[in-house]
Design a protein around this ligand. Structure first.
Ligand code: 0X9
Ligand code: ZN
Length: 301
């Protein structure tokens, strides 16, 4: 058995135990692998859910790149549970990384609940710890909305993919032959469905397709619960702020994955990052609705 449930937030060990349990219990559809090792030596565990069908798209889903955004990790594990329990209807090959930043995630339980970055010490003799992993990807690295100062929350690191956690994702994509059509990275908070570019107030040539599918997602997310939650759709830099070196921009520009989105889950600021556990299930249902909508779009490509 396993101890996963969606009425509270879980420690990393529980989440990794759940991934291992699924891989052992459902070996026909689930496989797990460590795609790398964090700065402090923790495995970075990915779960693949696939029926091995030909001609289905591959879809990337991650959460927990920012340590304090617990609802993203909780929602991603809820999505995993849904896909496994409904595997008869599986419509894509899913590659799911619930905790991109395991060191930071654990630190939010042990030290500082509001920690954002990873836990690396990139400077020799420096005092400040941590790189913002969502400024460390290798497209327009070091641009707008990033900092070279290690003490800042938006510190981009010493270079593109300087961090083991982002390098692990890069290495995974360099090694895979899967046919990725969507790249979904879950964050909190603010209730946004954001599409590239993040590096500046510009949009990719096919942005109308991304906007259309995001609007469809927003409708599905609103219908997912009785609370009619509103998600705002827009270009990342325009709807939120410009920030370069994000994973979504890199997936779109360098990996050429069409449907690249950052989804900012609940809420709109009342609780912010400290979203009470009672909101996990409704928020996760919204996140799941976005995944299913984007899966449909990916299948039509
Ligand atoms: O700043 C971020 O990394 C994300 N917002 S958060 O409050 N969760 O930190 C937004 C990222 C949007 N994508 C890019 N700027 N590329
Ligand atoms: Zn975030």
């Amino acid at each position: 058995g396993h101890r996963m449930e969606w009425t509270r937030y879980h420690r990393l060990d529980d989440i990794y135990g759940y991934i291992d349990y699924l891989a052992q219990t459902y070996p026909d559809i689930c496989s797990s692998m460590a795609i790398g090792t964090s700065f402090e030596g923790r495995p970075i565990k990915l779960l693949r859910i696939s029926k091995g069908e030909k001609n289905v798209p591959a879809i990337w889903i991650d959460g927990g790149i920012h340590a304090r955004e617990w609802i993203s990790t909780a929602s991603v594990t809820y999505i995993i549970n849904y896909l496994v329990e409904n595997s008869d209807d599986l419509k894509a090959d899913y590659y799911i990384l619930p905790v991109v930043n395991p060191d930071g995630y654990e630190y939010t339980f042990r030290g500082d609940r509001l920690w954002r970055k990873n836990r690396s010490s990139p400077e020799k003799g420096g005092v400040c710890i941590g790189v913002d992993l969502n400024r460390n990807f290798g497209y327009r690295w070091g641009g707008l909305g990033t900092s070279r100062q290690p003490c800042r929350e938006i510190y981009a690191g010493t270079g593109p993919f300087s961090e083991p956690e982002t390098a692990a994702i890069k290495n995974f994509f360099e090694a895979t032959s899967a046919n990725f059509k969507a790249f979904l990275t879950f964050h909190s908070y603010g209730q946004y469905i954001l599409y590239p570019w993040g590096y500046a107030q510009r949009v990719p040539p096919d942005y109308a397709d991304l906007d259309r599918v995001a609007q469809k997602s927003a409708v599905a997310m609103k219908k997912a619960t009785t609370q009619n939650t509103v998600y705002t759709v827009g270009n990342s830099a325009t709807a939120l702020y410009a920030a370069a070196g994000g994973s979504d921009d890199w997936a779109k520009a360098m990996l050429k994955i069409k449907y690249a989105y950052t989804i900012e889950l609940r809420d709109k600021g009342r609780n912010g990052f400290i979203l009470p556990a009672g909101y996990i299930i409704p928020t996760a249902k919204e996140a799941l609705a976005s995944v299913l909508t984007i899966t449909d779009a990916a299948r039509k490509l």
